[in-house]
Ligand binder design. Structure first.
Ligand code: F6R
Ligand code: MG
Ligand code: MG
Length: 368
């Protein structure tokens, strides 16, 4: 059966600061999914949260970019926003950047990742959801998991993957339209590294297996920074990754996350910290962070989802969480100096420009 997986996620308000949605918001979101299934729009659906973002993981048969599915998500976020407002929550409706829905949530604030495929006899996949980070957080782990034999032993041991993968990479600083480039690994290996080294500018949108032509992974690519022109929260992206058989194994896909790589996000979207792989439904805390990522594993048959397995809820990841905390504390100890804070063009609070202008006027140029 051909199924579409749509993961759509937004921050519509949170308790205690930018920390977590309220129980009442989550209950409303779950109620909406039940309604969506009852009236035949959705085949199945789940509601989860990562930090202050609510994510809908939905299956249906309407294909990607379907206006009804996107409207369902948008209307649901409007309803959770209304609850957030009624409870006095912080940042109510934060990611709903437009007043009226216009056919697709892309470019309107929420993050979305969607994929349509013919179900394999067994169809395992992972939904990754991040908070306090931009879409570039996936560059390192998605590139390494598919393209590097350090993580993907299947590249050497499983003949299916020998032909490598095709990456579509988006230039997220271009705001007129989608600007993308498609490159194949291994042949374009160095060129693709040249782009991915700058995860605030170039981000992976999808990964396709060269041998079968099957799409293995899709990630959300919106940059709120570029939609609204002012700081309205980090993008907090999502990704869907199909695993096993002709794709890397679930464990190979998780492998790069053990680095707890540094990314831009965290407090005021303007600090470099180590990404912490967390359990489902984890909150935000230290320094409005740290940047967190959750991973839910599912299987799907005829569009019906299994229960999810919480892939970072395992003792191995306790050690990585400790490592991530140590790495974050190390760079945090440097405060605002140099690489611990974002470079000028990535600083999310534009107030710094006014301060610099004011200070600029105090400078004097010494006579020779
Ligand atoms: C990060 C984030 C928070 C806020 C910070 C200040 O994505 O949303 O770190 O930037 O809490 O928020 P305001 O300016 O709303 O008080
Ligand atoms: Mg927020
Ligand atoms: Mg968030």
């Amino acid at each position: 059966m051909k199924v579409t997986l749509s993961v759509i996620k937004a921050d519509t308000g949170s308790v205690g600061g930018h920390n977590t949605p309220s129980q009442a918001m989550l209950a409303k979101a779950r109620e909406r999914v039940e309604e969506g299934i009852r009236n035949g729009l959705l085949t199945d659906g789940r509601v989860t949260f990562t930090g202050d973002d609510i994510a809908f993981t939905m299956t249906h048969t309407r294909g990607v970019d379907n206006a009804d599915i996107h409207k369902f998500a948008w209307d649901s976020f409007v309803e959770t926003t209304n609850i957030a407002k009624s409870q006095g929550l912080y940042g109510a409706g934060q990611d709903l950047l437009k007043d009226a829905f216009s056919g697709n949530v892309r470019g309107m604030g929420p993050g979305s990742a969607e994929i349509e495929f013919e179900e394999r006899p067994a169809e395992p996949f992972i939904v990754f959801a991040g908070d306090k980070c931009g879409p570039g957080v996936f560059n390192y782990p998605l590139f390494e998991a598919f393209a590097s034999p350090y993580h993907n032993a299947g590249l050497l041991l499983a003949p299916d993957m020998n032909a490598g993968f095709t990456y579509t990479v988006m230039d997220v600083n271009y705001t007129e339209a989608d600007k993308v480039v498609t490159m194949k690994v291994p042949v374009d290996y160095y060129d693709i590294c040249t782009l991915l080294r700058d995860p605030n500018h170039y981000v992976i949108e999808s990964v396709v297996e060269n041998n079968s032509g099957l799409t293995a992974a899709v990630a959300s690519t919106s940059r709120l920074h570029n939609i609204s022109g002012k700081y309205v929260g980090k993008d907090d992206p999502v990704a869907i990754v199909r695993t096993q058989k002709q794709f890397p194994s679930t464990g190979e896909i998780l492998s790069p996350w053990a680095l707890a790589h540094y990314t831009l996000g965290d407090n005021r979207g303007s600090h470099h910290v180590a990404v912490m792989p967390v359990k489902q439904n984890s909150i935000i805390s230290y320094f409005d962070g740290p940047t967190i990522i959750s991973a839910a594993g599912y299987c799907v048959r005829d569009g019906k989802l299994t229960e999810s397995v919480d892939l970072f809820d395992q003792p191995f990841w306790d050690y990585i969480r400790e490592k991530a905390s140590k790495k974050t504390l190390e760079i945090r100890a440097q405060g605002f100096y140099g690489p611990s804070m974002a470079p000028m063009d990535e600083l999310e609070y534009t107030g710094v420009m006014e301060n610099l202008k004011r200070l600029g006027e105090k400078f004097i140029v010494r006579k020779k």
